[in-house]
Design a protein around this ligand. Structure first.
Ligand code: NOJ
Length: 716
């Protein structure tokens, strides 16, 4: 507060501005260009409160040092970055990681990335991203944990805890920023940045809970989304930013706009100019403006005009300085970051071992007719397809991870089986517009001559992530044709799939003996694939976002309502007139939420409730018995589902309310217990109250379209 008393209005406003580091990097001579382009003056250079997207610890140190020399208040800048699934050692994309259903693994991976990122000078990460999603066309589904609100919230909270570490003021510990508030994942037609129009009921039921879970977990900052939500862009949406976030949820942390989202209020047709854009954003509680200059240019003028008061500005500055204090920046503005620490900390053998384990825990065995695991005794392997020897498998948002540092499938298999002959044929491209089939004959010949074939297919890593949306969700290019030819030549084939989203691979599914989805597995992808293919690891990942049969089924998700005219599973493949279905495709997906096979054979033996009645004061225990009826130890995620059969609004046909991943030895039987309490049966009613309504509930285990042991439970 004392510091604020001594600051000029311009200095205070500087704390509210964030720019890309490249605006300031270089010597005084070459900063003139970028500064001018951003409408900044030389003085602004020493006032800016935070930077994003710097290169490494060297650049961070130089920028901080120069800033502190020039700033008479000696307020350190805070350095932010998107550390999404690793800093330098990259672990699987979040959509894959969520499917591990393993919060400890998520914490371990996140902790590793916090330590690496901090050694390079990152102090705040724009994570967790917990946007709820239902449409695989949207490229950013790869950043989320999918279509289950509870899971998104749990994984978000695990990341926050791990980034914070023991003490946020110490090296290795980062502040966090939950994003993108709200419902960015509801973009119409799965097209990025598109408008979102959702009822308050659907918003509160599915989209908002994960952000709230992150706030409850102590997230430090929040980023409003780019999209228009029910008519008003998030950053200027007073219902969202004031009523829900600040008043209802009591969020007191720092709100930062997304990249130029304040400036975009003009293109949205909400603000006439930068001044008006800045006015709406500030009025609705946006504290830091990322990469647009409305605050720097116009906030002072608006204070002079009486639109805002200097006290309002002071309150925001105080919040930002408090964050810097919590981060320990006034003691050590570098938090120990240096090229030496960075070199020692990043990409260590230990980190590589962790991400190798993570990649195998996240992979999902989508189909297996008994081909997998392969024996290590085979002498000749044909490795075919665009991902056979491809380093581009770390996924979008890989921060400072380098493709060339990743292990390809070929490298992984070669190091596991050094004496085996491996013939690699790319076969075709993975791009949608490259249809050259000239290598098909060579691929077929290699398949014919081999004992086993590993066919490595998928979509390029830059087909998902920000701005990368698709209208076709099948394998791009001529990969299906390649698959047909190769599998025709040798049926001892397993497909390895690389993707950043659920794909509509009905064709492939109908011909492939086995499909192992690696998602984008990260730095150790090839080693993890080899572990899984040859039985040194047992697949245990589940999909957390439904794979459609065809793109026309999108949006498709497991927790849908029943409609007045549902069709039964048995009639799914035929057209049912005057029922809720299609003429040319069933309603069931290709693979449902929760699907994922194992080399073990898990047999569910029963679900028992401790009582068939539940009250507010008397919870009920559900006991689920699972046997590993095989001679291979494995892990199974046991899930508990509920359905509220009659309520004042139509409830989903199934909702996951709890899960636990358990390891079960060969031949062993385990009982997993869950406590069901009344709060787990609540929903947002039409008056926007979170309530439970007495009556009949159905409790099941299994997953999505494969629910089993459905048992009645009465809420009294
Ligand atoms: C835009 C993205 O939407 C957001 O997720 C990210 O944090 C910012 N850019 C900063 O890189």
């Amino acid at each position: 507060k004392k510091l604020i008393d001594g600051m000029t209005v311009e200095e205070k406003i500087g704390q509210l501005a964030q720019f890309n580091a490249n605006v300031f990097s270089g010597s005084d001579a070459d900063i003139t260009g970028p500064l001018v382009k951003n409408g900044l003056t030389g003085d602004d250079l020493y006032r800016i409160g935070s930077l994003l997207n710097f290169k490494d610890s060297k650049e961070m140190n130089e920028l901080q040092k120069r800033h502190l020399e020039g700033d008479r208040n000696k307020i350190p800048m805070v350095f932010m970055m998107d550390v999404i699934h690793g800093y330098r050692t990259i672990f699987p994309i979040p959509l894959a990681l969520g499917g591990s259903f393993d919060t400890e693994l998520v914490e371990e991976c996140t902790r590793m990335s916090a330590v690496e990122a901090s050694s390079a000078g990152v102090q705040v990460t724009f994570t967790p991203m917990v946007d709820y999603v239902r449409d695989a066309r949207w490229g950013r589904v790869m950043e989320t944990c999918g279509e289950e609100p509870i899971l998104n919230g749990i994984m978000g909270a695990a990341q926050i805890k791990a980034f914070h570490g023991e003490d946020m003021s110490k090296a290795g510990c980062l502040a966090t920023c939950v994003k993108h508030f709200a419902a960015y994942g509801g973009a119409e037609a799965g097209r990025d940045y598109n408008q979102v129009e959702l009822s308050e009921h659907i918003l509160r039921e599915f989209y908002l809970p994960a952000y709230k879970a992150c706030i409850d977990a102590g997230v430090d900052m929040l980023m409003p989304s780019f999209n228009v939500l029910n008519g008003v862009p998030a950053v200027a949406n007073s219902w969202l930013m004031k009523k829900v976030l600040r008043e209802e949820w009591g969020f007191e942390g720092v709100v930062i706009s997304d990249y130029d989202a304040v400036g975009e209020l003009i293109t949205h047709g909400i603000a006439a100019d930068k001044k008006e854009a800045a006015k709406y954003a500030f009025k609705n509680g946006c504290d830091i403006e990322m990469c647009s200059n409305g605050y720097i240019k116009h906030l002072k003028e608006m204070i002079e005009e009486g639109i805002f008061t200097e006290e309002q500005l002071d309150a925001v500055v105080l919040k930002i300085l408090e964050l810097k204090k919590r981060l320990g920046l006034f003691e050590d503005p570098y938090k120990g970051a240096s090229p030496e620490t960075e070199e020692k900390t990043c990409l260590t053998a230990e980190n590589r071992a962790l991400v190798r384990k993570a990649a195998s825990e996240c992979a999902v065995l989508l189909k297996n007719d008994g081909v997998l695991p392969f024996s290590k005794e085979h002498k000749k392997i044909a490795l075919i397809g665009p991902f056979a020897d491809n380093h581009n498998i770390i996924g979008f948002w890989s921060c400072c991870g380098k493709n060339e540092e990743s292990v390809t499938v070929k490298q992984g298999i070669q190091s596991k089986l050094p004496d085996v002959e491996i013939k690699v044929v790319k076969g075709c491209s993975d791009k949608w517009n490259e249809i050259d089939k000239s290598e098909f004959d060579e691929a077929v010949k290699a398949a014919r001559e081999a004992d086993i074939v590993i066919l490595c297919l998928g979509e390029p890593q830059n087909y998902s992530g920000e701005g990368n949306c698709r209208t076709d969700l099948d394998l791009p290019g001529v990969q299906n044709e390649l698959a047909e030819k190769v599998i025709g030549a040798n049926s001892n084939t397993a497909v390895l799939l690389f993707t950043g989203r659920p794909l509509a691979i009905s064709k492939l599914d109908s011909i492939a003996p086995a499909i192992l989805n690696m998602w984008f597995p990260g730095t150790e992808g090839g080693n993890a694939a080899a572990d899984l293919l040859f039985g040194d690891a047992n697949p245990s990942g589940k999909i957390t976002m439904t794979f459609p049969k065809s793109v026309g089924q999108c949006p498709i998700y497991y927790n849908h309502t029943n409609t007045g005219r549902p069709i039964s599973k048995q009639r799914d493949e035929m057209h049912n007139p005057y029922a809720s279905n299609y003429i040319d495709c069933g309603n069931l997906p290709l693979y449902s939420f929760g699907h994922g096979l194992s080399y073990s054979n898990f047999v569910y033996k029963g679900l028992e409730l401790s009582s068939d009645k539940i009250t507010k004061d008397a919870p009920v225990t559900a006991k689920i018995t699972v046997k590993n009826d095989s001679n291979i130890a494995g892990k199974e995620t046991v899930m508990l589902y509920m359905r509220d059969v009659y309520a004042s609004n139509s409830r989903p046909v199934q909702q996951m309310i709890a899960f636990e991943k358990v390891e079960i030895a060969a031949g062993e039987t385990k009982v997993v217990e869950f406590e069901i309490d009344e709060s787990m049966l609540r929903f947002w009613n039409n008056e926007h109250k979170f309530v439970s309504e007495p009556g009949l509930f159905k409790i099941s285990t299994g997953y999505a379209d494969h629910l089993i042991y459905t048992t009645d439970l009465i809420l009294e």
